[in-house]
Design a protein around this ligand. Sequence first.
Ligand code: SF4
Ligand code: SF4
Length: 471
Amino acid sequence: MTVLLQIGRRPPDVPVQATSPLPAGPGAQVRAFRSAHGAHLFVADGSRLYDLPEATAVRLEEWLSASEGSLDELGRTLDLPLWGAPRIDGTPLAPPPLSSISLNVMQACNLSCGHCYADEGRFGGSARAMPRATAYAAVDRLLAEAAPGSDVVVGFMGGEPLLARDLVHEVVRYAVRAGATTGHRVRFAITTNLTTVRPDDAALFAEHPFTVTVSLDGDRTGHDALRRAPGGASAYDRLRAGLDTLARHGRPRHLSARVSVTPYTGRLLDILEHGIALGFDEVGFGAVVSAPDPAYEITTEAFAGFLEQMTACGERALAELSAGRAYPFGNFQTAMEQLHRGAHRPYPCGAGAGYLSASAEGGLYACHRLVDDPAFAMGSLAAGPDTATRQRHLAERHVDRQEPCRSCWARYLCGGGCYHEVSRRGRPGCDYIRGWLSFCLRAYVELGQAAPEFFEQRSAAAPLTSSASTV
Ligand code: SF4
Ligand code: SF4
């Protein structure tokens, strides 16, 4: 009789044929952890979660610290049913049909921010705008490469994409028409500093299925310290005016705030509550790992403080959600949903797989942050995505084929780290990632006990995108 009771929703049980060995060492496969409700077991393959009797948890931990044995051996020793065909092995994903493309419509920005990965939109090159013909060609290419009848996403990136507002409006109209012809439902996403949004932009965002992500770095003082507007104006005041414009002329279906965390960023819990008070549907944090000016990067040591602050935000979210109150902390909600779904995958995101980004010149790259990087060039709009290059990208970056990821218990939740950050800085944040996921595992069990309805409401209200990451 099994001593284990699986908790959470079970991932699809689709056994795969193992063609390469799973990483050695049970420490890479399982992890014991505790919550207010006792001891639990996390199995990396399939992101499976089980309740575990305390005595078994102690034996498991002793065994993990002393043994180099296999997972099968662990299962036999502790009488745990941890066998079965692996759900993930080292087989790389074949390049799937495209499901989203981002257009770098304006590789220039009206603000000047030292922590901007895009070097104020220029990506290390000169400022430039995307020609209309190139933007239309990107939409055509997406529809031609997408699975028949599928939903697709067109994203607008920069720099500041609203500096090319006429083009954004034209592309939306064009994509809706073209999608209706090819039988694809087109959704849209835009990342903006919101300082130049106008009533007609707001109406466009409200009329079509738009996700609008706004860069927010704190309250007025904190935001303006990091985001410099020309002539000493307040970028924060302009952002607030932009929020008023959205409120008066059309609110997008989803309005989120994204905080880029630097060594100069204020207390995260204060910023989170500020963003929630401003009415965003979701507020999320991302550490600045790679910036044109290294002074803005979070160092390996600073990740410890980042973890502490993220955990404080997570504890607040756990308390509020457990009491049945909404608390839209994006990183936490995404992690809860991913754990509930049993999400497990060998890549950090869809870059180079179902997602590509088009440069102003019509080049295709793995993602918006990798535009103009020859190491991540993936074809062109004219010739189409380069299948061989995408295949090689997916083969080389499978998390089980990378060190040190292949021996990390968090690898199928993390996916091995953002390609942009890893290519620039390596992996300085692994302890943070594992620490955050350890917290999230505990929080998941406790939230599931306190407010199981959270998971039902979320899956009905906000289906996840395939590119959402747990970390
Ligand atoms: S990037 Fe770090 S945390 Fe993520 S899988 Fe690799 S080793 Fe683990
Ligand atoms: S996680 Fe990194 S590589 Fe993936 S889409 Fe985002 S920026 Fe690009």
